[in-house]
Ligand binder design. Sequence first.
Ligand SMILES: [Zn+2]
Length: 137
Amino acid sequence: MLAARETTDVLILDWPGDCEEAALYSLGRALLLAGTQILELDSRELAIGLKRRSTGESSILLYDATPGGAGHCLELMNLGRDWLQKAGQILRGTPDHHAACRRACLDCLLDFSGQFDAHRLDRKKALQLLEGGLNPV
Ligand SMILES: [Zn+2]
């Protein structure tokens, strides 16, 4: 077994309720893509994962992929709602895209760094999760 330890910047987004993994993971990918577009970064400069909390619920873990951290997570956190709305735009896309794309495609969530986890993507469930958070009933 090989192991390494690196210090980096991390942003943990707790999402209340019992969320489906595909929805949460896809929302994480959308937040990553939105963040890298806003900050004009390569999408490989940020990474995501899901983290199980002690309550059994999961959180989105977003971190700088650069060893030592580059401060991108803090910049995104400070953007707040603009960042979340950009993620929503990526998930929804154009009306044609929204009607045609079932889980993920190259126009929304699929990119080079996310291709190996394509089976975990479901943009419609992520969009429901995000819109529910942005527009609580
Ligand atoms: Zn798509």
